[in-house]
Design a protein around this ligand. Structure first.
Ligand SMILES: NC(=O)c1ccc[n+]([C@@H]2O[C@H](COP(=O)([O-])OP(=O)(O)OC[C@H]3O[C@@H](n4cnc5c(N)ncnc54)[C@H](O)[C@@H]3O)[C@@H](O)[C@H]2O)c1
Length: 668
């Protein structure tokens, strides 16, 4: 390769890696498998070695992936947090040992072999034995302060170290992770609510610790294995440190091995490979470290990884199964990702029934078709991917899969992102689209908001006051006054008109949402059948098709709309602003209603109803709410993160119901 070719390829690789880093570290998602990512990084490193003049300090080969995000306080690590060099083959592992033996020619090298936990790196600081801080790796030098989320989300983490043999200040490094059981619990709940599923426990862990409003009832675990800053210094070896961590009562590695020399270390790695599926955490490899801290210090580090440790990653496991159908998932940013639905098959200790297909080009490159027998692989132990098609077993009438035609058939209005392989729902942030949405929302056949005409909408969008319909409900008179042709009275009128739209008929709101293919008549039909928005949101495509006048295309389009997190977020915000979402007639005095004379206590966060909304429903159904649980309480309506009220209800034997049961109760 000549230099200009190398320059072009290096730039391309850096851009690609930067994009995947952003997805992986900041957004908690991924588009390519780790093995593929690692291969791209190696290619870049090789080119930079061949053309050192093209190497720069900002290259992804020189720094750790940065997970810092807005909204978190930044904290400097007292000692840098590094990444690890990694390899997938034994000979490179032996080269690592050979390099160290060149540095320490006369020594027999003692190693520690540890499982490599596939989670999210975290650094805990204990001062005087008390947990004071939990910080992400960040860019290695400073990370995000996630103390509150760690305290809330990791019940197994003690606030105080046991005993009294701890240093005054100690940074303890480890990995946050989520058990498969918890991961499956969350995904099953999401599946029931027809929400998009999370791809794997690692990404969900990354997303959970970076939630700004707490961990929302998700349970995380931690395992601690590394020493950072320590005052006074007191450990001579990694293995001694492990003993201390255990003695302090912290969750630590279930197994680790000490080995003399690389042959013994290799035997330990093989042993680890046979045992790892029994661990509570997912492991994607082994980490081999020099045991002696003095030798570690002498060996030093490169720009991003220590020279005294290496990760050996296990090869992915594979299995053959039938690809039943291809469907799509829609992400928060509107990305439309193809997914393969498989006949369930056992792989790396779990049952696999879905695999990512990444994007349109990937499907075309591998020529994957519904009805194919495919080889699936769990790379890096987590997300299954379709590796290849077993073409010998392809049915005779099979046709290539046409992604664009498939999207059209499903009524998904998406476009391929120029220069990229993925598709995205059309123009989310386009001001013209926002205007169009708002005009539709406020129009006569929708929420019919007086005074919110075209000129006003244009100004609201241009001034950045409103980005979507939910923003209308927080507008204030003060914000409107500076707009053209707005005076005190007209501003008040608009705020009042918007407020009044909260009580309009539910079909108007359903129409106003702008679900593709759902016009005023369909909205009326849907509400007449389901009596409210929540039931429409929960309905399956089959249930939707039971409504007179709703066909397959409209049903699919409704499902796609509510599976899209961005749309769901908008709907939930509208609901939170108190818009009417149920059509049931108000209770008349003297009539028996489902909750007449009953007391309900609310606790936790409900999946779709806000607290005000739930209270309004309870009152409408004849009940009343109370803030504390007693023997007189009839029901406790509990959502995620329900706390002591739930405990008390259990103790007193008060009936506990979730949102679904509640909605059935008031709307039998
Ligand atoms: N698929 C993608 O798009 C994508 C994008 C970015 C990164 N990645 C993956 O992430 C890797 C880079 O991530 P990384 O920098 O966190 O490196 P890494 O995951 O390869 O290894 C370093 C990390 O391992 C963790 N670790 C787990 N067990 C450990 C133990 N016993 N001892 C020491 N450390 C342990 C630590 O958090 C440490 O920071 C890449 O090699 C790639 O596989 C994938």
């Amino acid at each position: 390769m000549d230099k200009s070719e190398a320059t072009r390829r290096i730039r391309e690789l850096r851009d690609t890696l930067a994009r995947h880093d952003e997805l992986y570290y900041r957004q908690g998602t991924l588009e390519i498998e780790d093995q593929e990512y690692d291969a791209l990084k190696r290619e870049l490193a090789a080119l930079e070695a061949e053309f050192p003049e093209l190497s720069t300090d900002t290259s992804p080969t020189r720094h750790v992936g940065d997970d810092r995000t807005e909204g978190f306080a930044k904290v400097k690590h007292r000692e840098r947090m590094m990444s690890l060099d990694n390899t997938y083959n034994e000979s490179e592992l032996r080269e690592f040992d050979a390099r160290l033996r060149r540095i320490f020619p006369d020594r027999e090298l003692g190693y520690v072999v540890e499982p490599k936990i596939d989670g999210v790196a975290v650094c805990l600081t204990y001062e005087q034995g008390r947990l004071v801080r939990a910080v992400t790796r960040g860019n290695g030098v400073e990370g995000d302060d996630i103390t509150a989320n760690v305290r809330e989300g990791v019940p197994a983490l003690p606030d105080r170290l046991a005993g009294d043999q701890w240093p005054e200040i100690v940074e303890i490094r480890g990995e946050l992770y989520m058990t498969l059981t918890e991961f499956q619990r969350i995904n099953t709940e999401r599946e029931e609510k027809q929400l998009p599923l999370f791809a794997n426990p690692r990404n969900l862990t990354a997303g959970t610790v970076k939630q700004l409003a707490g961990v929302g009832g998700r349970r995380l675990e931690i395992v601690l294995y590394g020493l950072g800053f320590c005052q006074p210094r007191r450990f001579g070896k990694q293995s001694e440190f492990h003993q201390a961590v255990r003695g302090w009562g912290l969750p630590t590695l279930e197994r680790y091995w000490t080995a003399e020399g690389i042959d013994e270390a290799w035997a330990c790695i093989e042993k680890l490979d046979t045992l790892r599926h029994e661990f509570t955490y997912e492991t994607d490899g082994a980490v081999i470290k020099l045991d002696d801290f003095a030798l570690q210090a002498e060996a030093g580090a490169t720009a991003k990884s220590p020279r005294w440790a290496i990760a050996y990653k296990f090869a992915a496991e594979q299995a053959e199964t039938l690809l039943e159908k291809i469907d799509v998932q829609i992400g928060r940013t509107g990305a439309v990702t193809p997914v393969a639905y498989l006949s369930p098959v056992q792989l790396a200790g779990t049952t696999v029934s879905r695999a990512t297909l990444h994007n349109e080009d990937e499907i075309a490159r591998k020529d994957i078709r519904p009805g194919d027998t495919v080889v699936v692989q769990k790379a890096g132990e987590i997300i299954p991917q379709v590796l290849r098609v077993v073409t010998d077993k392809r049915p005779a009438d099979s046709q290539p899969f046409d992604f664009a035609a498939f999207l059209q058939e499903k009524g998904i209005d998406a476009e391929r992102v120029p220069g990229q392989a993925f598709w995205r729902l059309k123009g989310r942030d386009d001001p013209a689209l926002i205007r169009r949405k708002l005009k539709h929302f406020a129009s006569k056949p929708c929420l019919d908001i007086e005074n919110l005409g075209e000129a006003v909408v244009d100004q609201l969008v241009t001034q950045g006051l409103v980005r979507d319909p939910a923003d209308l409900y927080t507008l204030t008179v003060e914000e409107l006054l500076p707009l053209e042709k707005f005076a005190q009275k007209s501003s008040e009128n608009l705020v009042a008109a918007i407020a009044a739209s909260r009580d309009k008929e539910v079909w108007r709101l359903v129409h106003a949402l702008g679900i593709p293919n759902v016009g005023a008549q369909s909205a009326k039909d849907l509400v007449a059948h389901f009596h409210g928005l929540p039931a429409i949101m929960r309905a399956s495509a089959e249930e939707l098709e039971e409504v007179d006048g709703i066909g397959g295309i409209v049903a699919a389009s409704i499902r796609t709309f509510f599976e899209d997190e961005a749309q769901l977020d908008l709907v939930n915000r509208l609901i939170a602003h108190g818009l009417r979402i149920e059509e049931e007639p108000p209770a008349e005095a003297g009539t028996e209603t489902p909750l007449t004379g009953k007391t309900v206590v609310l606790t936790g966060t409900l999946p779709t109803l806000s607290r005000d909304e739930a209270t309004a429903r309870i009152e409408k159904a004849g009940g009343k709410t109370s803030s504390s649980v007693s023997k007189k309480t009839d029901y406790v309506l509990a959502g995620e993160s329900a706390g002591s009220k739930l405990e008390k209800a259990r103790k007193l034997g008060v009936e506990i119901i979730d949102e679904d049961a509640f909605l059935k109760l008031i709307n039998p």
